[in-house]
Design a protein around this ligand. Structure first.
Ligand code: SAM
Length: 333
């Protein structure tokens, strides 16, 4: 039987992830926030410090409570490493309270080793977990999803001859999946399971499906934000960072893939407005948004090399800006 599935589901089924498909074991050069990890980690650690002060002021954190931080999709843990190092140096009283959880569905081989000094200090907890499933731990005061949401399952739908079609991936040779990576992308009438997901998304978001429009349906982001929301403490903050477009007129989810197959970056381009509206629907308040360079300058991190990396990456490499968004959960009623 012909197998037709959204790309992300095909990958999940075959237990493939970003690293396996790209065969990039520990090269972090392709990710901007890894290339500038010390500067970026410093800025995010200051953000966590601010959140700590805010919770103390709001009396949401008592002096004996731990500050529970969760980073989802930490990969090799470079961001966590630099956050923790900087906190230990600049805010030892916050570092003392911190309990840093890391959740990834594919634990990177160097994650534990990179964070060894903090593991010995009893600061970190690593769990293997898919963030589209309910989180097993609750009460987080700060959640970080850095360059992760765009990896989650999404599809694109349109109306053709009165029928809902969605973007599908056909594996050309199933048995050789992963070896020849042979895919093609087509719009096909949606199978019933997917159709019901698309319909409910369309209704919830008041979208209008019409011929010649191809809205992106962010199934995975919906699930993940719902899970984060229910795992957060009152006044908890959520920090999202990805390359995102600030216009809703994205061309296509996998158009960049073309006929070449996933030898190029396959991830779904995120659209700021959609991600924001999903967060608001899940009970978050929007606190702030800005470009990656603003995250650094807002937290008094000034670095010419980081500025250059950001300019280079956002331009020719990805052609998309990096955006950050900060949300917070309301307090207890
Ligand atoms: C592009 S990397 C980002 C790495 C890191 N946050 C950084 O900025 O250096 C994406 C990470 O998210 C993880 N990931 C993707 N989808 C996930 C899911 N559904 N559940 C948990 N982790 C996921 C991948 O395994 C990978 O480690």
């Amino acid at each position: 039987m012909e197998r037709i599935n959204p790309l992300s589901e095909v990958m999940a089924e075959h237990n493939l992830n970003y690293y396996q498909i790209h065969n990039k074991s520990s090269t972090h050069q392709e990710r901007l926030t890894s290339s500038i990890a010390p500067d970026y980690g410093k800025a995010v650690s200051r953000m966590i410090g601010e959140q700590y002060d805010r919770l103390i002021e709001l009396k949401s954190l008592k002096t004996n409570d731990n500050l529970k931080v969760l980073e989802v999709g930490p990969a090799e843990g470079l961001l966590a490493l630099n956050i923790l190092r900087n906190l230990r140096k600049e805010r030892p009283e916050v570092y003392k309270k911190i309990e840093f959880h890391l959740a990834d569905f594919s634990i990177h081989s160097t994650l534990k080793k990179n964070l060894e000094e903090f593991e010995q200090d009893g600061k970190i907890k690593i769990w293997q977990h898919n963030i589209t499933d309910k989180l097993p731990v609750k009460g987080f005061h700060f959640v970080i999803a850095n360059e992760v949401l765009d990896d989650l399952p999404a599809t694109q739908a349109t109306l053709l001859n009165g029928l809902v079609h969605s973007y599908h991936v056909e594996e050309k040779r199933k048995s050789q999946f992963g070896e020849n990576k042979s895919f093609s992308l087509v719009f096909r009438p949606s199978p019933s399971t997917e159709l019901s997901k698309i319909n409910s998304y369309v209704i919830r978001h008041g979208l209008k499906l019409e011929e010649k429009s191809w809205p992106i349906i962010y199934f995975g982001v919906e699930k993940a934000l719902k899970n984060f929301s229910s795992a957060m403490a009152p006044h908890g903050a959520l920090f999202l960072m990805d390359y995102m477009n600030d216009s809703s007129h994205r061309k296509g989810i996998w158009e960049e893939l073309g006929e070449r197959g996933p030898s190029v970056n396959y991830t779904a381009p995120l659209d700021l407005t959609s991600v924001k509206s999903i967060a608001l629907k899940n009970g978050f308040n929007h606190l702030w948004q800005g470009r990656l360079s603003d995250v650094l300058s807002k937290h008094d991190v000034h670095s010419l090399s980081a500025d250059k990396e950001i300019r280079d990456f956002e331009g020719p490499i990805l052609g998309l800006p990096y955006y950050a968004m900060l949300f917070s959960k309301p307090g207890k009623k």
